[in-house]
Design a protein around this ligand. Structure first.
Ligand code: HEC
Length: 91
């Protein structure tokens, strides 16, 4: 009986922990989608070199440089797209 009680407590704690991890995990994904291109640019594009101002390249050049930096920085598709779109509206 004592064993079963301990088992149930562990099971409930385990499921609770799993639920918290799932909720926290999904919350941080939503967070990235909610961030603007300008914010993502500030967070990601000054990690390795000085930030390149939007005016430094044309729309077509930002497409190419953006894809180049996507592979360099291992960025996701949505993050890269938002940053490139922001740079193209601000140049
Ligand atoms: C992981 C480090 C890293 C991050 C993060 C990074 N870059 Fe770069 N970037 C480089 C390196 C290294 C170069 C020099 C060219 C090369 O060797 O690839 C470069 C060069 C550039 C150039 C010069 C043109 C070119 O394509 O070579 C531009 C513009 C640029 N980065 C923009 C950005 C933008 C915009 C972001 C954010 C999406 C970014 N970088 C994030 C490493 C990084």
């Amino acid at each position: 009986m004592k064993f079963i009680k301990k088992y149930m407590v562990n099971l409930i704690l385990g499921l609770g922990f799993f639920a918290v991890l799932t909720i926290v995990g999904c919350a941080s994904t939503t967070n990235i989608v909610d961030r603007s291109g300008a914010q993502l640019w500030g967070e990601n594009c000054a990690r390795c070199h000085n930030i390149r101002p939007p005016q430094s390249l044309t729309d077509a050049q930002w497409e190419v440089a953006g894809m180049h930096m996507r592979t360099r920085a291992n960025l996701s598709g949505i993050v890269t797209r938002k940053i490139i779109d922001f740079l193209k509206t601000a140049n």
